[in-house]
Ligand binder design. Sequence first.
Ligand SMILES: Nc1ncnc2c1ncn2[C@@H]1O[C@H](COP(=O)(O)OP(=O)(O)O)[C@@H](O)[C@H]1O
Ligand SMILES: [Mg+2]
Length: 366
Amino acid sequence: MQLSSLSTLNYRNLAPGTLSFPGGVTGVYGENGAGKTNLLEAAYLALTGLTDVTRLEQLVQAGEQEAYVRADLESGGSLSIQEVGLGRGRRQLKVDGVRVRAGDLPRGSAVWIRPEDSELVFGSPSGRRAYLDALLSKLSARYGQQLARYERTVSQRNAALKSGEEWAMHVWDDTLLKLGTDIMLFRRRALTRLAELAADANAALGSRKALVLTLQESTSPETYAFDLAGRRAEELARGSTVTGPHRDDLLLSLGGFPATEYASRGEGRTISLALRRAELELLSEKFGEKPVLLIDDFSAELDPARRQYLLDLAASVPQAIVTGTERAPGATRTFRAHAGRFTLDGPEPADHDDGLAEAVPGVMTS
Ligand SMILES: Nc1ncnc2c1ncn2[C@@H]1O[C@H](COP(=O)(O)OP(=O)(O)O)[C@@H](O)[C@H]1O
Ligand SMILES: [Mg+2]
């Protein structure tokens, strides 16, 4: 997968325009607040249709009503255009001009590595679940669908519990058990390979402590119906579903100790890198093509050896975009970011392409 160019209009603080990206590593450097993270976020959105902001309005430039991002892609010799329109809390996706649903976009197109990933290690179980669920939804469209249906069922069931509708529970429980069991079984299957890849990556990052991933399940496929029935009274009292895969955690143990409580900041950052590396490998294995690698702030919180690991990783994939407050060494093309604009600043690429294509809507970026 290769991102030939990215266009944005009214996206956060980014000036409207189009940036073209060569294969290999593109570096983007500039001061804090320049728009480097916003650029990667826009690229990830255009590539995958995904964003993790809670309100889509946050992505729309202050004072504007709608925002737009577009990725021109090349994959296995064929070209495609993916567009995302944002406005009034809605997200509209198009591939080659035809409206599609989120699940219809290619699922292995990008991996985003950023300093906030440390929260995967030190944050709450919900962040680790979100990592696992997002990854598994990329690996299997069916998982994503089952998960969405499961989450809807949990919230409808919670509403019924809150209004004391005990009589309705047998109906909800049937659906819950079926979907929840599917989810648990899928997670168990995927975890084997994920755990292997993450452990390998952690070792490759120079950690001498073994990283072990396990699922902490709130119930199991074998005991689910029994556990659910056994906690009925508690659920009615609390008005919420207290057992099931929405309560699971992805336990990270480093050298035999839970990383969430015991790992140092640096060890935690290393583990989060290992998790992203594992994601990259799993998607490559599944789709037979390397995703575009987006690395935000390559030097943040990292010692020289781990920085080098990230730069080597970027150089090992067909295409990577690497941001930082300093220039990423070895980049094919480098942009300097300033106040939402990106100007070419590196060695000229051989084809004398100046890195700036015609702006799709609006003005040029330099
Ligand atoms: N919806 C928005 N409208 C306008 N500006 C925004 C919006 N969201 C974020 N910004 C601005 O974007 C800037 C942050 O850009 P960012 O990409 O995080 O910078 P960095 O280069 O440090 O990664 C901040 O100045 C912030 O105020
Ligand atoms: Mg940033």
